[in-house]
Design a protein around this ligand. Structure first.
Ligand SMILES: [Zn+2]
Length: 487
């Protein structure tokens, strides 16, 4: 019974998964790990040693070397990185037309670079030997979109007009490893030299089209993930926005029409005991207008104004960027997984791997770690930062499966990180941005607040003016009546 429940739970919870990246397979006519796909050849360590076709960063051959993981994977941002990417964020100056005083409150180049570093740390904090080191200063004069000699990893926007990513549909970023400079005898993070493929240089290309108005990124994941939960109710949500907007518009049109009627067609009764009406502002129409404005129901009017502003602005300026744009942090965290040598478990499901036994790295498994895994080809997958979809994803942290893959591609004999006992999740760094809320205040509530203040002040002023004029005129007419009845 307990076994059945365990099996049921495994099915319901999905299956553990991680997939290695083996680009050499794709260029080879020999069957291997990736070329096999459904007709794969690698079935178990008895077929061949998986580490021979797996891509990984290694330690330098000599202890005093600085390459690879010995001094951290050095990375640099291309000089055009911020200039090309910043305009594609809804928080940016181009979108908000804001003043430079508020610039740093929304988005700056440093914010973008910090987000990339945080995505790197998502992997690095879960491993003793993996970390990244920024050497951008040494690449400021480099204009090449392919390589900066000082950096092992170049992070660049796509080459203007030079690469296919701008027309590649859903592709938001991709990673290429320099296969010409692979180290055929890398030293693993456990300190053992192996027959394998050691990465020396890689490049992350991030989509930044110059001529595609529809493409955009967003940064405030915490804010936007709230909207992603509405995915199942998106049609109802859009209909609600439209209905609210229409109701508010009808109210405003009605208020306007009543105003026209009151100004042009109203004939107020004359003052009691008099032949004529008391005019507060000289002309009858102006008096009608002021009287109408002073009588308009303030709360209803402000609510209608709010909805007329809120619905379209919220939908187009707040909701759609979170819905249609790409999650920058999740995408970069995903691409760092490619940089490290992982592939998509959801698209390459036939190549999914799982550690044997309890999957705990130790002195027995750390030497030939990939000899202690087996194929687990299944489509019923739980979750992974390496899932191919980056639009409307709500994951910038590793799953337990990602961590297992990290530990087996980058083994350490002692001190391998484990998921937290309380949550079953690896360590995770959460960004603390508030750009989404600031944007909401800036583009929705601030205009409404200003309009409301003007409307309330104007109405108070009109009421006060009418009252004062009427009192003055009535006093004059009373004195005139008194004078006219004297014998
Ligand atoms: Zn990918």
């Amino acid at each position: 019974m307990r076994a059945c429940l365990g099996l049921l739970a495994a099915v319901l919870n999905g299956v553990h998964c991680w997939v290695l990246y083996s680009p050499v397979d794709k260029q080879s006519s020999e069957p291997g790990y990736e070329t096999g796909r459904d007709g794969r050849v690698w079935v178990s360590p008895a077929t061949f040693n998986l580490q021979r076709v797996s891509l990984r960063w290694g330690l330098p051959q000599y202890l005093y070397g600085n390459a690879g993981l010995n001094s951290g994977i050095t990375f640099a941002f291309h000089p055009d990185f911020c200039d090309r990417l910043l305009p594609l964020f809804p928080e940016s100056a181009d979108h908000l037309k804001r003043s430079s005083v508020l610039e740093d409150q929304f988005l700056s180049c440093v914010d973008l670079q910090d987000t990339v570093k945080r995505a790197m740390d998502t992997w690095a904090i879960n491993h003793l030997k993996i970390y990244f080191r920024d050497v951008t200063e040494q690449c400021l004069d480099s204009t090449s979109y392919d390589r900066c000699p000082a950096a092992e990893l170049l992070i660049a926007p796509d080459k203007p007009g030079g690469e296919s990513i701008t027309k590649a549909g859903d592709l938001a970023a991709f990673v290429t490893h320099d296969l010409a400079t692979l180290d055929q005898k890398p030293t693993t993070t456990a300190g053992f030299e192996i027959d394998g493929l050691g990465v020396r240089h890689a490049k992350m290309t991030i989509r930044a089209p110059l001529d595609d108005d529809d493409f955009c990124w967003y940064l405030d994941t915490t804010f936007c993930y709230g909207f992603h939960r509405w995915e199942d109710a998106i049609t109802a949500l859009r209909a609600s926005f439209l209905i609210l907007f229409m109701i508010a518009l009808v109210i405003l049109i009605a208020v306007f029409a009543c105003g026209i009627r009151a100004v042009f067609f109203r004939r107020a009764p004359p003052r009691k005991g008099s032949q004529s009406r008391v005019l507060a502002c000289g002309s009858e129409r102006l008096t009608n207008l002021l009287e109408y404005l002073s009588d308009v129901p303030t709360i209803t009017l402000l609510l209608a104004v709010f909805l007329v502003i809120f619905c379209p602005v919220f939908y187009y300026r707040i909701f759609l960027p979170c819905w249609d744009c790409y999650d920058f942090e999740a995408t970069v965290a995903h691409e760092i997984g490619h940089v490290l040598g992982f592939h998509h478990p959801d698209t390459e499901w036939a190549l999914n791997l799982k550690a044997n036994g309890d999957g705990i790295m130790n002195f027995t498994t750390c030497r030939e770690s990939l000899n202690h895994v087996h194929l687990d080809p299944t489509r019923q997958l739980e979750d992974s930062i390496m899932f191919s979809l980056t639009k409307r994803r709500d994951r910038t942290c590793l799953t337990a499966d990602d961590l297992e893959g990290l530990n087996f591609l980058y083994p350490v004999c002692e001190g391998a990180m484990r998921p937290k006992v309380a949550t079953g999740e690896p360590l995770c760094i959460k960004g603390k941005r508030s750009g989404g809320w600031l944007r909401l205040i800036y583009v929705v509530f601030m205009p409404w607040f200003i309009v409301s203040c003007i409307a309330i002040i104007a109405q108070i002023g009109v009421r006060w003016h009418i009252k004062r004029r009427l009192r003055t005129m009535e006093m004059r007419m009373d004195s005139f009546d008194t004078v006219s009845v004297q014998p």
